[in-house]
Design a protein around this ligand. Structure first.
Ligand SMILES: [Zn+2]
Length: 238
């Protein structure tokens, strides 16, 4: 069995709860890391690989999948940026390791360097890029990993999970996989196993009680929930 692909969700530690809650249908969104509804976020590619000519196909797809979220969330992304280093979201590409992203408004707290890493694979590259870009832009909007949803307590076979992540410390596995959020930390309701924020969970990791494959499209629950979190502006009525 190969190495388990999972993205490392960055910025889990800072908690300063405060924003209003809303009644959503699925997904978990960090309340204190939510953007102001209607915001436009600047995005730029940084680093040698992400800005190289040979990666124009990948940049094009990343832009496309960022805009996919904007069809449902009242948050826009603009890639027209004069100074990439000043963009709110800074994306680099990597050939090694995992994709990762800061969560929600934590992106603003990173003064230098990338806020998001997208792993570019040599095989099935378009398929994996769609998975990664949709998932990482979910984090940008403030979404957490669905397996850490407060409404779903998975009974882990911790030894089996740790074996699948030989390159991760116990602390890192606990933080990214076993830890779950408390209901007060997130806007969330029902657990959505089809969410783009869900990762592969192997049957042997849960004593055979639960398993799921990694997703590569926004689920109906993703679309309706993010629309409720960032609703369209109401048109003025006369
Ligand atoms: Zn992730």
């Amino acid at each position: 069995m190969g190495r388990a692909p999972i993205c490392e969700q960055l910025g889990l530690d800072s908690v300063d709860d405060g924003a209003e809650s809303s009644n959503v249908q699925a997904l978990g969104l960090r309340k204190n890391l939510k953007w102001k509804n209607g915001s436009t976020l600047t995005v730029a590619f940084v680093g040698t690989l992400a800005t190289s000519r040979k990666m124009s196909w990948a940049r094009k797809l990343v832009r496309k999948y960022a805009h996919t979220w904007s069809k449902y969330a009242n948050i826009r992304f603009t890639f027209r940026v004069k100074r990439p280093q000043n963009a709110t979201i800074r994306i680099c590409f990597t050939r090694e390791g995992n994709s990762s992203s800061q969560v929600g408004t934590n992106c603003r707290k990173v003064r230098q360097g990338p806020t998001m890493r997208i792993r570019i694979r040599s095989t099935s590259k378009r398929y994996f890029l769609r998975q990664s870009a949709l998932h990482e832009f979910g984090h940008v909007l403030g979404l957490i990993h669905e397996h850490q949803h407060p409404g779903r307590r998975i009974e882990w076979n911790k030894k089996a999970v740790q074996r699948a992540y030989p390159h991760w410390s116990k602390k890192k596995v606990r933080k990214n996989i076993f830890d779950h959020y408390e209901p007060g930390e997130v806007d969330a309701s029902d657990f959505d196993a089809n969410s783009i924020m869900m990762y592969e969970i192997r049957s042997e990791w849960t004593h055979g009680k639960f398993s799921t494959k990694r997703k590569s499209h926004l689920s109906p629950g993703d679309k309706s929930a993010i629309r409720e979190m960032y609703p369209p502006k109401k048109k003025a009525t006369i």
